[in-house]
Design a protein around this ligand. Structure first.
Ligand SMILES: [Zn+2]
Length: 103
């Protein structure tokens, strides 16, 4: 049986008792071609297509992570909550959100 552990706090996740959350991230180079005019729409679509193909081939180590990068994490419920409040790990952000009171 496959054993999962939380990628943040490293604790083992018991499939019988623990909810496991999967976080998938895609980081890829933005293609800002809109300023070139509508005539370039086809090129823009082609670039998007290239990125999609790149993501499909993400198993290939030769593809530069600067172009596109796929990340996948397993999180326990507690770490999932932390992540949801502060996905980018910004300093002081989580505490501010945590202090937010719902009337
Ligand atoms: Zn955790």
């Amino acid at each position: 049986m496959i054993r999962y552990s939380c990628d943040l706090c490293k604790r083992d996740l018991d499939p019988q008792h623990d909810l496991r959350y999967v976080v998938k991230m895609e980081v890829f180079a933005a293609m800002d071609t809109a300023a070139d005019g509508e005539d370039d729409n086809n090129d823009h679509l082609q670039e998007i297509q290239d990125i999609l193909e790149c993501l499909d081939d993400a198993d290939d180590d030769q593809i530069g992570e600067e172009v596109c990068q796929q990340l996948r994490f397993d999180l326990c419920p507690e770490c999932r909550n932390k992540f949801a409040k502060n996905p980018l790990g910004r300093e002081n952000f989580a505490t501010k959100v945590g202090g937010f009171s719902k009337n």
